[in-house]
Ligand binder design. Structure first.
Ligand code: COS
Length: 383
């Protein structure tokens, strides 16, 4: 990112997170990829840097930062360890931000400080076996009874679920109302009736643990519902709109790591009597990667700036995620190509970047859902 476009505070943040990512996250990334264990030491380091509370107001234990700052931190974390950036984004951009955006004063005071410090891990429980892209089709039920909601159902592919203490959970009080019957509940994961099973076998971002959560007659206090009755779907859309900026930034981080690995390899690998970097075919790939990464970064920062300025940003956020995930995938693809046979094997990081990038076209709204959001917004404006 050109320093001309960042404020002094943003440059300081970028340099701080970049140093931490290079010195601490990157050296551990291959080990975490192999073990697929939750990266507790990375989480603790990110907590020490105060990054879990970046966009949370100071009165609730955060640092009151901007969406731009979050994008800068997410990119730098992802550059060192994409899996850790998934943990970070699921925790902050989805769970913690949901409570920050839609919780009442009591809910914020109760839950935000421990989330903003990283003392407690948060997760966002939306997807179900029968409801992924079609979020309004969730079946997990929340039935009002004696001041509580009785929650029953199954959530799946929930990032951070095995470690999370706080679950922002979407459940329906009336399936016939579709998206108009959905409640957003703050659920403590040690409540009776909750069983979490880790799901193994991920292609990439393997240290970002994922789980299935089974709710069996779970009693959630009525006061833990956010906003008014049945407002959960609109709230979810707003949280996802904002979080797609963080995912765009994560994609830029993965792509940048792939570019840097490819450049390093091209300079040091000899072929046809000189370094690979002398070959025009390699130079063109590097030029394309660098150009597309910079374009993706600027799109991410534009969406973040719009959000910080309280201007409509949902179209640009979906564009950021759509484009940056494509750039992450294509940059990782080119980085493997530049490495040739070596790039297909684990000792080079590029095969990991290739696997890590793939999910960015799927989670927090597939590329097809981003296109749907973008097209609907454009058509609505001109309709
Ligand atoms: N931002 C704000 N509001 C939105 C919105 C968006 N991006 N998309 C839809 N809405 C609102 C609509 O304005 C409508 O509001 P009203 O009830 O006031 O009219 C409501 O939500 C329902 O919208 P719509 O009829 O378009 O719903 P659909 O079911 O056709 O489509 C999509 C909704 C597909 C956009 C939604 O289900 C979605 O985003 N799916 C992806 C979910 C996802 O990202 N999952 C990843 C798991 S979380 S890691």
């Amino acid at each position: 990112m050109s320093d001309l476009l960042l404020s002094d505070d943003e440059i300081l943040l970028k340099n701080t997170v970049s140093d931490y990512s290079k010195n601490e996250l990157a050296p551990r990334a291959a080990g975490y990829d192999e073990s697929a264990l939750f990266p507790w030491d990375n989480v603790s380091g990110i907590g020490d840097l105060g990054l879990f509370g970046l966009t949370i107001p100071e009165e609730y234990g955060g640092s009151g930062g901007t969406t731009r700052q979050l994008a800068i931190a997410a990119e730098e974390i992802a550059k060192g360890c994409a899996a850790t950036s998934v943990v970070y984004i699921a925790h902050l951009s989805l769970c913690t931000q949901f409570i920050n955006m839609f919780g009442n004063e009591e809910q914020k005071r109760n839950y935000l400080p421990d989330l903003a410090s990283g003392k407690k891990i948060g997760a966002f429980a939306l997807s179900e076996p029968g409801a992924g892209s079609d979020a309004a089709a969730i079946k997990t039920s929340a039935v009002k009874s004696n001041g509580h909601y009785v929650v029953n159902g199954i959530k799946t592919w929930i990032s951070n679920a095995p470690e999370a203490s706080i679950l922002v959970t979407l459940a329906t009080s009336d399936t016939s109302k579709k998206h108009r019957g959905i409640e957003a509940l703050i659920v403590e994961s040690d409540t009776g009736g909750i069983v979490t099973n880790q799901i193994h076998g991920k292609m990439g971002v393997r240290a970002s643990t994922v789980g299935e959560i089974i709710f069996d007659n779970v009693l959630v206090p009525g006061k833990n519902r956010m906003g008014g009755d049945e407002q959960g779907f609109g709230q979810t859309m707003e949280v996802l709109n904002a979080s797609r900026i963080s995912i765009g930034a994560q994609c830029v981080g993965i792509a940048q790591a792939a570019l840097e690995a490819a450049v390093d390899y091209a300079i040091h690998r000899e072929a046809f009597g000189g370094p690979l970097s002398d070959l025009q075919g390699i130079q063109w790939m590097i030029a394309e990667m660098a150009t597309e990464i910079e374009a993706a970064r600027q799109l991410v920062m534009k969406s973040a700036s719009l959000r910080d300025a309280n201007l409509p940003f949902a179209t640009e956020a979906s564009m950021s995620k759509l484009y940056a995930s494509k750039v992450a995938m294509e940059s990782a693809h080119k980085a493997v190509q530049i490495h040739g046979g070596a790039g297909y094997f684990a000792p080079t990081p590029v095969e990991r970047y290739f696997r890590d990038a793939r999910v960015t076209e799927i989670y927090e709204g597939t590329s097809e859902i981003q296109k749907l959001v973008i097209a609907r917004n454009i058509l609505k404006k001109q309709g």
